[in-house]
Design a protein around this ligand. Structure first.
Ligand SMILES: [Zn+2]
Length: 266
């Protein structure tokens, strides 16, 4: 994505190097088949453009809308088929996270019930633009989770989302949306925590956090509960700065994305 005023989304001097924003999805191979964490934008978004993703998103966030960048094409490029993706676990249902759901018709979609309810009802003005129900309302295999569960690393109401797969957890971190979650994935060497849009810039997870003003403004503008959002962001920062075995990253930071892919950052 190449948002308008991209210079305001990075610290001074770094903007030209990190102009674009990514939609960071995870593909996990498990005994239960492939599991996709978030879906980014999908093939129908690419084909239909503004009529599907909305004019504000199209012209302000400015997604590339390239078929090769969709999760579907990238899954197939790895030698799998779309049908191999059996589960989709969502941080939330915003346009840039849920657009690819329809590209995986065999998948069961896991999301917090509060998020699904908010996205269907679209009560608040902020929710009318961000949620695009025609992206996903035809999908009929959903598993919704209420706000109860175990505790994990100081977070409450955490749920294992897939039967026989205790290593993938839905961790409620609300504020950006009503039912926003982070997704924890246990690996041999520790946990990955996909924080979705609970924060937007890598330096927000530093011991002395800072955030470029454009991103700070944007998060305040789109957050539905900014007090909860800030509280949860601080808890994530506590995790990121004290737990060496938990690696936290968010959806849209291009540097975190490159680091996660194992490529050197400049
Ligand atoms: Zn997003």
């Amino acid at each position: 994505m190449h948002p308008l005023a991209g210079f305001a989304l990075e610290h001074r001097g770094a903007a030209s190097r990190f102009a674009g924003r990514v939609c960071h999805c995870l593909l996990i191979e498990t005994d239960a088949g492939l599991i996709l964490v978030d879906t980014g934008l999908g093939l129908a978004d690419v084909a239909q453009g503004q009529s599907r993703v909305g004019g504000l998103f199209r012209h302000i966030v400015r997604p590339a809308l390239a078929a090769a960048e969709t999760a579907r094409h990238q899954v197939e490029a790895l030698g799998f088929s779309a049908a191999d993706v059996r589960h989709i676990v969502l941080t939330h249902l915003d346009v840039d996270h849920a657009g690819g759901i329809g590209d995986f018709p065999n998948a069961r979609v896991h999301v917090l019930a509060a998020e699904h309810e908010a996205a269907v009802a679209r009560r608040h003005i902020k929710e009318r633009e961000r949620y695009r129900p025609h992206q996903w309302q035809a999908h009929n295999d959903w598993q919704l989770y209420d706000a109860s569960g175990e505790s994990w690393n100081g977070f409450d109401a955490v749920r294992a989302v897939i039967d026989n797969e205790p290593d993938i957890l839905l961790v409620p971190v609300t504020g950006h949306t009503r039912g926003h979650a982070a997704i924890a994935v246990r690996q041999e060497q520790g946990w990955l925590l996909h924080a979705g849009d609970a924060y937007f810039h890598r330096d927000e997870m530093a011991a002395e956090p800072c955030c470029p003003f454009g991103l700070k403004l944007f998060q305040n503008m789109v957050g539905v509960d900014n007090a909860a959002r800030r509280r949860n962001q601080a808890r994530l920062r506590g995790l990121a700065t004290t737990q060496a075995d938990v690696r936290v990253f968010c959806s849209h930071d291009p540097v975190e994305f490159v680091r996660a892919s194992g490529q050197p950052t400049r």
